[in-house]
Design a protein around this ligand. Structure first.
Ligand code: ADP
Length: 255
């Protein structure tokens, strides 16, 4: 419990600091990019100069993209948990991820029959799955399949209250995580990715979200075999809200 508290305090503090810095830094980068654009229009550059110019601009653009990600992380979002229909949800997330993942990686969903509804914030769950899928893709540079399996479970986890949970397990057959790194991967800013590629905030966000929702995260990994990240989420006691198109479909959904 103490380590959870520490994690959430750290995240709060980091959120405030990064939010402030990211905002100011963003304005500076906007000025740099704006200046570069004006220069490009006014200067006639030799090929070598033009190359340097483009590299410089690309670096500034990458900086801006990084800052945008930091801002998303820092924005303290209020969780609005609801009962979620995972079948519908998976369709939406697949569409979202198709663009992000690129052609080498496949996404395969397997929901157990009769899977319960988790009670979580849908937007945050989506973000968590996007983060996990990006990590899985990065772990498989040659491509491969990311499997998302859903199952019902009881809280037999050491850190969980007794009760019903919905588990989403995201697996890849990628590079894996060493035992030393495994202990640190949920720490904010822990990353092994090249500079500019990783923020070290993905798993930290996923972990924070799961704990805040009353669940947890469990990671298993073997070097050069692959990694499975399980998100344990509390089971909803009510049925999902149905977007009512007709009363007949609303009724058939709730029976
Ligand atoms: P980032 O992806 O920005 O590095 P994360 O917090 O999401 O930040 O991940 C932290 C680190 O954990 C990664 O840099 C990587 O070393 C490791 N990691 C996370 N997911 C995986 C995975 N599926 N396979 C291998 N390593 C992983």
């Amino acid at each position: 419990l103490e380590s959870q508290l520490l994690h959430s305090r750290k995240m709060d503090a980091l959120g405030q600091i990064t939010g402030g810095i990211a905002h100011d830094f963003n304005n500076l980068l906007a000025a740099v990019l704006g200046g570069l654009e004006m220069l490009e229009l006014r200067l006639l550059m030799a090929p070598e100069q033009s190359k340097i110019f483009n590299i410089t601009r690309r670096a500034a653009e990458q900086g801006a993209a990084l800052v945008a990600r930091l801002l998303t992380f820092a924005r303290k979002q209020k969780l609005e948990p609801a009962s979620i229909d995972l079948t519908r949800f998976s369709t939406a997330v697949t569409q979202l991820l198709e663009h992000t993942l690129g052609g080498l990686v496949m996404l395969d969903w397997q929901m157990d029959e009769g899977i319960w509804y988790p009670y979580v914030d849908a937007g945050q769950l989506e973000l968590a799955l996007v983060n996990l899928a990006i990590n899985a893709r990065d772990a498989m540079p040659e491509g491969g399949t990311i499997r998302v399996k859903g199952r019902n479970a009881h809280g037999d986890h050491a850190s969980l209250a007794d009760g019903d949970y919905v588990v989403l397990a995201v697996s890849d057959s990628g590079v894996g995580i060493s035992p030393e790194d495994l202990e640190r991967v949920t720490e904010p800013f822990f990353t092994t990715k090249a500079q500019g590629k990783g923020t070290g905030l993905g798993l930290s966000m996923v972990y924070g979200f799961a704990r805040q929702s009353g669940g947890t995260v469990h990671i298993e990994s073997r070097l050069s075999q692959g990694t499975t990240v399980e998100i344990w989420l509390p089971r909803a006691t009510e049925l999902p809200q149905v977007a009512v198109t007709s009363s007949a479909s609303a009724i058939s959904q709730s029976t």
